[in-house]
Design a protein around this ligand. Structure first.
Ligand SMILES: [Zn+2]
Length: 81
């Protein structure tokens, strides 16, 4: 079991603009990213602070609703735990 402090958080650029959103598991983010066409994946990835995909299990990604919809990420962190 890992405490929350073991997780590092990456976030999309819209958080700084005050957008509403929530945290998702890094692994879910990466797997959804890999399902997108490469051009869409590059666009989506460019909005989030980069990290090594190998570290995804230790990372939470904060996404605004628009970014989450584009990545088809509906699974809430609280439901996945
Ligand atoms: Zn966003």
């Amino acid at each position: 079991m890992k405490s929350e402090q073991d997780y590092r958080v990456r976030e999309c650029v819209h958080r700084a603009e005050g957008a509403a959103g929530e945290l998702y598991r890094g692994t879910a983010y990466v797997s959804q990213l890999q399902r997108l066409p490469s051009d869409a994946a590059l666009r989506a990835a460019a909005r989030v602070t980069p990290f090594f995909w190998a570290d995804a299990a230790h990372i939470n990604v904060w996404l605004c609703r628009d970014c989450a919809v584009e990545l088809r990420l509906r699974e809430r962190e609280s439901d996945a735990a």
